[in-house]
Design a protein. Sequence first.
Length: 721
Amino acid sequence: MSAAVEAEPGAAVPEGPPSGARRSTRVEPAGTTYLRARLFLVEQRVRRAVAAARAADPAPDDPLRGLHVSDDDAWRLADGPAPPVPDEIAAEAVEAADRWADGARSAGARVPLREVAEEFRLGPLDVEVLLIALLPDLDRRYEKLYGYLNDDVTRRRATTGLALSLCGVSPAAGPARARLADTGPLVAGGLLLVEEPDRPFLTRSLRVPDRVAGHLLGHADVDERLDGLLRRSGRPRASAGPVAAGLAAAIRAGDRLAYLREQPGRAPAEVAAAALAAAGRGVLALDLDALGVDPAPEEALACAVREARLRRAGLVFGPVDALDPAAGAAPARLLRRLAGLPVPVLLTGRLRWDPHWAEESPLLVTAHPVGAAERARLWRNTLAGRSTRLADDVDPERELSAYVLSPDQTRRAAVAAAQQAVLDGADRVAARHVRAGVRSQNAAALEKLARRVEPAVGWDDLVLPAPAREQLTELALRVRHREQVLGGWRLRPGGGRGHGVTALFAGDSGTGKTMSAEVVAADLGLDLYVVDLSTVVDKYVGQTEKNLERIFTEAAGVNGVLLFDEADAIFGKRSEVSDAHDRYANLESAYLLQRMESFDGVAVLTTNLRANLDEAFLRRLDVVVDFPTPDAAQRRALWDRCLGSELPRADDVDLDRCARDFELSGGGIRACVVSAGYLAAEAGGPVTMAMLVAAAQREYRKLGRLVLPRDTPTGRVPHRR
C-alpha cells in the first residue's frame, strides 16, 4: 500500500515505527504508520494461509492455468521482503503497535483506526476482520490471493468464512459469527458490508465502503451520499455563552437529544455548533427539508450517522418545521428515527416541541438573541479580512441596533455591504451600504403577502406639526433601543409578551400617514411592507386569522416595518353577540389582540376613523400619532415641497394664494401638482398659476366639494361642501 507524504500538523510522534511496520524514508501521519503495522500482521496471516493451502494442494500442476491462480503464482505474490511472523508473537506485535499508537495520540497525533475502534466499540476480532476486508482496496495482489484461498478466481474479496479462518476462529463459533451479523458493530455501524445475502453465510463477500477506507487513510472528505443534504453549520463564537456551555456539559454527561427552538435574532444552529465544539465534538449539519424529500432517507441517515461517528461529531438537524410531523406517518417516523440515533442529535426549529414526536424527552433550549455589541464585533471581524473598511463616521453598533440579526446573517450582511460599496465605487462602507447589506438578508416569503416598498423619503420631506414629528421620533427611538429596554432591562416581563413596537397613525385621508411610516422606515434603514387587505380578509371562518398568522410569522424574521393601511377594517371594535357573524368577528378581534401582544417586529396601523378601533388595541399600542389637517402655513410648505426644484415654475405662481384658497391635505396637494405637471408637459412650458388653479378645481370636484365661479382675477375661494 502507498504511504501518505504529509505529516500530521502540529503532532510529534514517538521515535521509530511500531514493530512490523516497514521503515519509510518519507514522513507520514502516525495514523498511516499504525495502519501499515496492523496490515503487515494481517499479511502474515494470509502468507501462512497460502502456505498451508499450497502444502495441502493435491494437484500442483493444474492444466487450467489462467482460469484460476496457481500455487506458484500465489506463493510468488505472497512472498515479500519480510519473513512471516510466527503465531506465538503475533499478539505481542499487536500490543507493541497499540502502545506506539497510544504514545502518538498522547503527543497530539490522530490515529483513525484506534479512534474508529473506540467509537464503534470494536473488539480485537472486529478490527482483524475489518483489516482483512480492507486489504484488496489497498494492494491489488490480495485480489488474486483471496481468489486462491477462496478456491474461486472470480471471488476476489474475503468471504466471511475466509475472514474467520484467517483469524483462527471456527466458522461454527456462534459469538464470532454474531460479530458479522446485522446487529454486530461492524455491519450496524456501516464499517463493513456483507454482500450477496442469498449465498450461504460463509461464502458471502466482505467489502469496506470507500468512505471508511478513506477515513482510515486520513482522508477528510465527507461521504458523497450526503451531497445536497449538508448545510453550512454555524461557526461557534469565541465565547460559547452560558446556554451553549450548559448544553455542552449535558452532551459530555451522555445526553444525546436536544431541541433548540428558533426565534428571530437567535441562531440555534450556531449555539448547537458552539456546544458541540465545547464538548470536544465536530459538527455535521443536515437540512431536514432536503432529507424529507430524499428518495431514500433511511440510507442517507445511515450515512450521516456513520460520518458523524467517524468524525466523532454531533448531528445538527433543522428545521423541524420542514418535516411537519403532524402531516403524516412518514415525517413523524423519520423524526422518531432522528431522536433515537446513537450520536448527539441537536434539532432546531420554530415549532414548539411536541412530546409525542419522540419516545425520549429532549433537552429544551432557547438561544439568547445576539446583542448589538456582539453584532458590531462580528461586523468588524468580517470586514477585517477585506479591502473595504467601515467609514470613520459609521458606528456599527448604532447602525445595527434597530435590526434583528443572527450572527450568520450579520456576517452575510457585512459582506453584502462591502460588495455594495465596491459597486458604488467607494473605498469605505457608509451607512447606506450597511442598510443595503441588512436589507439583502430579508427573506422573500413576506413579499408574497405584502407589498415591499424601499423607502425613498426622509424627515425633510415631512410637513407636520411639531407634536406629530416628536411622536414619530419617539417611535424610531423605541425601535432602536427596544433590545436594551425590553430585553436587557426586562421592562415588559411575563405574559408571553414580545419585543415588538406597534404604533397607530390616525387622521384624515392624505394627511401623511403612509408617508410618515415610510420616513420612519427610512430613518431606521428598514424596508416598508404594506399589507394588502385583499390577501388577508377571507369570508370563510378562521381563514382570516390564518392569513394574519402567516404575515406575523414571516414579519418576525424580517427587518422591516409592517404597515396595516386602513386598519379599522380588521382591528375594529368588538360588539355584542346577536348572531353567528358577531361571534366569529369577535373571535377574530380576540385573536388579533393576543397576536399583537406577542409580536416581535415593528407594525404601524393607519386609520381614518380612530373611533372605530377597539380600546383594547389602543392599550397595546406603543405610540399613537394624530395627523391633523394642515393649516395655511403647512399647506404653503406642502405646495412648495411638492412642486420641487425640477419642475419649472412661471413667475405668476402664487404659493400663498394656493395655500389660502385651497384647503387640501398633503395627498390632495400632491395630486394637484401632478395634474398641473401634465398640463405643463402638454403646453411645453413651465407650470403656471392657471394650471395649478385648474388642477385644484378638478381635485375639488373629485372630492365632491363645491367649486364657485370666479368673478375676479383673484377668484372666489372654493368652499367645503
